[in-house]
Design a protein around this ligand. Sequence first.
Ligand code: FES
Length: 84
Amino acid sequence: MIVCSCNVVSDGQVRACLSPGPACPRTPAQVYACLGCSPKCGRCARTIRGILDRALSEAHAACATTCGAACTLKAAPALPAEAA
Ligand code: FES
């Protein structure tokens, strides 16, 4: 499903750029950069944030390693509603 009509980016493309580790995108802006595009109208930022949060929390829940505060799979803190 296309989640960003300005850049013609699908939810699958967003998920594909999320690889756990220090370089994993944590914000919609980092996802755009990972995909080689940039935000235009910004309407998709909330949807991309939702995909990010779900993917990172699922990866964090499935992780068998206890790394506490240093865990790179924790989702970024939620943005205030007006900033998302
Ligand atoms: S829909 Fe993604 S920038 Fe416009």
